[in-house]
Design a protein around this ligand. Structure first.
Ligand code: F6P
Length: 462
């Protein structure tokens, strides 16, 4: 297997982003998102080089420093012209590939591709070339290159010409669409994407479902699929425990206790993201209060939902819909002493950890999700034998399904029933399920996940 120093990680968002202080100096901030939080501790411990895109002007300025050491990580930010990067990231990645893989398009109206998509796809190709160039310059002889996610499907194809000594493995963090969904992309782009993925020695996914769909897409388009492997990410229980032991989490826990005010607590923690299905979750809670009056004034739904990708109109509209649904439920059922839904839109990590420690029920109901790390972090942090209500469409359901209450995310009535069942579940069953969830959630760590990708580069695979 490759020595740790001979591994290069490539991703769009890196472990560090920069902001400018009042005096003009650059301040490093920790990158956000599941990919970054999963990879950072492992990459720090292995000494692998991490190549990522510069995503803002301060990042582009920092990129001029070359390879940097930040919090024990060796990071190389790649400076790509802002207009090109924005077209690739926002138009191709966020507004199209994300929507295709998560099944979010309402095909009656969207997508409707015109010449602007072709221009944006050319930018996407350009970003992939720039990332391949940077890797080609930095990678040690014979290195294993771990390419992350849908932003960078073409890197291996370009690296094959520049550095045939490198072995590239791709890992997709999102779901993968099925062949019908893939038809929502222009044919040339869809086939180029599959051929780009086909240039890797192996392609990894969080669950067999997404691997099978990728192979089905390749088969339909006549692209030879490389070997696939399944390596679900899991949180590092020790890292989580030490974060949860911080004074900030202790303070936040007191706030959560007073927010609950002795009532039962349903919690969700998500980006405000259409695929997370926040609005249907609120409507299911409304249905719970309609069908089961005994829960009125007896349960609080704490929704920790933080804004994301607000340059996209769909995300702004979804945020608006989520907040107005919160207001609607509260107007409908709230009393002088009780606010049924408390929505917190601040991206506040200690408060999210405290809420995960305190829930009676955790609602994770995405429309479709590559994995969903919150579904694993919750059971590891929770101290109340809390029940997990989990969407069948989250990749994590394939691992946690036997211990969670699994729901169809489009079925409000079934979700409301599952919430009622979770809230009325007896202590022995709660304890049994919580014990099982803890062990399933800890079955895979960031280290086993990373090692599986490196092993996939070996001739005999993982
Ligand atoms: O699920 C894939 C992922 O890259 C996650 O790691 C991250 O939480 C999310 O998509 C958001 O990505 P970004 O903010 O970089 O577009």
């Amino acid at each position: 297997m490759a020595a740790p120093g001979d591994v290069v990680v490539v991703s769009n968002r890196g472990p560090v982003s920069f902001t400018r202080a009042d005096d003009g100096s650059l301040i490093p901030l920790r990158g956000s998102g599941g990919l970054v939080s999963g990879l950072s501790p492992v990459v720090a411990s292995t000494g692998a080089l991490w190549v990522a895109a510069a995503m803002s002007d301060p990042d582009r300025e920092a990129a001029a420093q070359g390879t940097m050491d930040v919090d024990g990580l060796r990071v190389r930010l790649v400076d790509i012209d802002a207009v090109t990067f924005t077209a690739a990231y926002e138009v191709v990645c966020n507004a199209n590939l994300w929507f295709v893989h998560h099944g979010l398009f309402d095909a009656t109206h969207r997508p409707a591709h015109d010449h602007r998509f072709d221009a944006a796809w050319a930018s996407y190709r350009h970003v992939n070339v720039a990332m391949a160039d940077a890797v080609a310059k930095e990678a040690p002889e014979g290195a294993v290159v771990l390419v992350q996610d849908y932003h960078l499907t073409l890197v291996a194809r370009f690296l094959a010409d520049l550095r045939p000594d490198l072995r590239c493995v791709h890992f997709t963090h999102t779901p993968f669409t099925d062949p019908d969904g893939l038809r929502l992309l222009p044919d040339a782009a869809a086939t180029e994407m599959l051929a780009g993925l086909g240039a890797h020695v192996a392609c990894g996914f969080h669950t067999q479902r997404w691997a099978d769909r990728f192979v089905a897409c390749c088969t339909e388009r006549g692209v030879t699929a490389p070997p696939t492997f399944v390596a679900p990410l899991g949180p590092d229980p020790d890292d989580l425990a030490s974060s949860a032991a911080s004074p900030a989490v202790a303070t936040a826990s007191q706030a959560i206790t007073s927010l609950a005010g002795g009532r039962r607590l349903v919690v969700r923690v998500d980006r405000i993201e259409p695929s997370k299905n926040i609005v249907r979750g609120l409507r299911a809670f409304d249905l719970l209060l309609t069908q089961y009056p005994q829960w009125r004034e007896k349960v609080t739904f704490a929704a920790f939902i933080y804004p994301s990708r607000e340059t996209l109109p769909e995300y702004l509209a979804y945020r608006q819909e989520a907040t107005s649904t919160v207001a609607w439920v509260n107007e409908r059922w709230g009393t002088a002493d009780w606010v049924p839904v408390v929505a917190n839109l601040g991206d506040d990590y200690p408060t999210s950890l405290a809420a995960l420690g305190a829930y009676d029920v955790l609602l994770v109901n995405p429309i479709r999700d590559g994995l969903n790390l919150v579904a694993k972090e919750g059971p590891l942090l929770n101290g109340h034998d809390g029940v997990l209500v989990l969407s069948s469409e989250a990749g994590a359901a394939d691992e946690l399904g036997d211990a969670a209450l699994v729901v169809n995310p489009f079925d409000l009535a079934a979700t409301a029933e599952a919430l009622h069942r979770a809230l009325t579940m007896g202590d022995p069953e709660r304890a049994e399920r919580a014990t099982a969830l803890r062990s399933l959630a800890a079955a895979h760590s960031p280290h086993t996940w990373f090692d599986a990708q490196v092993a996939a580069a070996e001739p005999n695979g993982p």
